[in-house]
Ligand binder design. Structure first.
Ligand code: BTN
Length: 254
């Protein structure tokens, strides 16, 4: 706890050399009653999971691959707000610790130099009326060189080392992320969603931009104007109507 910054938010830290994915381990720990702020972190994931059942490349010693268990007393429909809390926390910790200007691309990718540097995956354990645990999976590409990424990812992925030109201390960055996550969770529980929404919109690259949103049903083009309390992206279409986008891949148009 001390080593990771002495913040009281950080609970037990389970550190592994190699796992398939930190997500199922976190689910098991949560089911067994893990405390708020429990962290599962691995040097390597052999089968890392991304959103929409995509794989997540997690090379040994090159990044931060971790799942954080949170147990806020909130109804399940508010859980997506914690994805936004996580995005803001990681974005700010990256800026503070690595000096890299990361930006949030809705819903929760972080880009640096226009390429993906971090992915966030939120999963839930809940009763109909109460959240039991939120598992926030955070994958940060830290010290990869361009050749460390599989060829298919090379045009779209980047690392903090590539962006800053120097190696980044992973322990310091992990501590920064957890400290920020603790601060933002507390802010949210005390003041509600508005201050988080403000921080998210400050850090987002999506807002005010023309985007193409590819959903399972359709492709929409318009200007991203903001997010709602539920983290839904609001798109102003060319005919002036506002559409809420719940789940999509977003391409920035200009
Ligand atoms: C995405 O952008 O699709 C989300 C990627 C999330 C990756 C992290 S790494 C730690 C945790 N364990 C996993 O298997 N996935 C998440």
């Amino acid at each position: 706890r001390k080593e990771l910054g002495g913040d009281e938010f950080v609970g037990r830290i389970l550190h592994f050399d190699s796992v398939e994915s930190t997500m199922p381990i976190a689910h098991r720990e949560a089911q067994e009653g893990a405390a708020d702020g429990t962290v599962i972190i691995a040097e390597e994931q052999t089968s890392g999971k991304g959103r929409l059942a995509r794989p997540w490349t997690s090379a040994a010693g090159k990044g931060i691959w971790m799942s954080v268990i949170l147990t806020p007393d909130i109804p399940p429909h508010k859980a997506p707000q914690f994805t936004l809390i996580a995005a803001v926390s990681v974005c700010r910790a990256i800026r503070e610790t690595a000096g890299v200007e990361a930006r949030i691309k809705w819903p929760n990718d972080l880009l640096a130099g226009g390429r993906k540097v971090t992915g966030i995956l939120t999963e839930l354990q809940a009763d109909p009326d109460r959240v039991k645990a939120i598992i926030i999976g955070i994958g940060i590409n830290v010290n990869q060189d361009p050749g460390d990424f599989p060829e298919s990812l090379q045009p779209i992925a980047t690392s903090l080392k590539i962006q800053s030109g120097q190696k980044v201390d992973r322990a310091k960055l992990a501590a920064g992320v957890l400290r920020r996550l603790g601060e933002c969770s507390r802010l949210y529980l005390e003041k509600g969603f508005p201050p988080i929404k403000k921080m998210w919109e400050e850090d987002a690259i999506t807002i005010g931009r023309r985007v193409k949103a590819v959903t399972v049903r359709e492709t929409l083009t318009g200007t991203a104007v903001g997010i709602t309390e539920e983290g839904v992206l609001e798109l102003r279409l060319d005919d002036g109507t506002i559409r809420g986008i719940y789940s999509a891949d977003i391409e920035l148009q200009d």
